[in-house]
Design a protein around this ligand. Structure first.
Ligand SMILES: [Zn+2]
Length: 279
């Protein structure tokens, strides 16, 4: 198995929205905000090569929307989708599978790009799209709370692709890559768990987007069901601590991953750093 990580792009998002009920007086000790109260986020995607498959987890925002849509997103830096894959030694054609943790625009938008003559074409022409059936059906109905995140132009092409694999239950997708299903952030969010040469890593997606989101109450205001998020985090953190797993973050611009340690206040980040520091 080969495992790589790359950052598609940084972007900025309101710090208050990222930390929900946690006062700024507390979160601002962990994360720096600017004069508009925004904080820096990354779009880190793992690529896993196993059993002849090359599996990408999520594909960033993409570029199908106009400038007006992105005016509060401040996309900058990162390697881009094609550039980041190239750094890892792959082309978009090499990708056989994309695990889409959920259909919010910053996770799935890069899967399809505008076609020159109108419509869209897949950015990964040889890929199967894996997502949970619950999330697929939920996103297709959409709702007022997630209307800005579930964009029809991002979601429709999956249905028309004929290559959608809807995951019904948690379990192994390929050897060394299994999927859990969470419901607090949005119903049916996939959490990939990667077993890499005996080391287990959890790609915590929007359940624990950055290292600062490890404390149980430090959750995003975007979560639809905060109590469910807390319970899901508690379960994964306990299992990760007991079994010495690493957490991989999708939105932390400073830390790709961390180990965990037990403290009097609860489970917290232990050693943190880049994936190469751990494997
Ligand atoms: Zn999300």
């Amino acid at each position: 198995m080969k495992l790589s990580l790359f950052n598609i792009s940084n972007f900025r998002v309101d710090g208050g929205a990222m930390f929900g009920v946690i006062p700024k007086a507390l979160w601002s000790r962990q994360v720096q905000s600017d004069e508009l109260n925004t904080i820096e986020m990354s779009l880190t995607s793992p690529v896993i090569e196993t059993e002849g498959r090359v599996i990408l987890v999520d594909a960033g925002w993409g570029d199908k929307q106009d400038e007006k849509f992105f005016r509060h997103t401040y996309l900058h830096g990162g390697s881009g989708l094609a550039g980041g894959l190239a750094e890892c030694g792959y082309t978009p054609d090499d990708i056989t599978d994309v695990i889409i943790t959920h259909l919010h625009a910053d996770h799935c938008g890069g899967c399809f790009i505008n076609a020159p003559g109108g419509g869209t074409v897949p950015f990964f022409p040889n890929a199967i799209w894996h997502m949970s059936r619950v999330q697929w059906e939920w996103a297709n109905e959409s709702n007022l709370r997630e209307e800005d995140a579930f964009l029809p132009e991002n979601i429709r092409p999956f249905g028309e692709s004929g290559k959608l694999n809807l995951i019904e239950e948690p379990g192994e997708l390929y050897r060394g890559v299994s999927l859990r299903i969470c419901y607090g952030h949005t119903p049916g969010m996939l959490i990939p768990v990667i077993n890499f040469h005996g080391k287990t890593m959890v790609c915590t997606g929007d359940l624990i987007p950055t290292v600062a989101h490890i404390p149980l109450l430090w959750n995003m205001a975007y979560d639809l069901l905060p109590l469910v998020t807390i319970a899901e985090k508690q379960e994964i953190l306990q299992e990760a601590l007991q079994n010495d797993w690493l957490l991989l973050f999708q939105h932390d611009p400073a830390h790709e991953c961390c180990a965990l340690s037990e403290t009097p206040k609860g489970i917290r980040a232990g050693i943190r750093g880049r994936l190469s520091d751990f494997i």
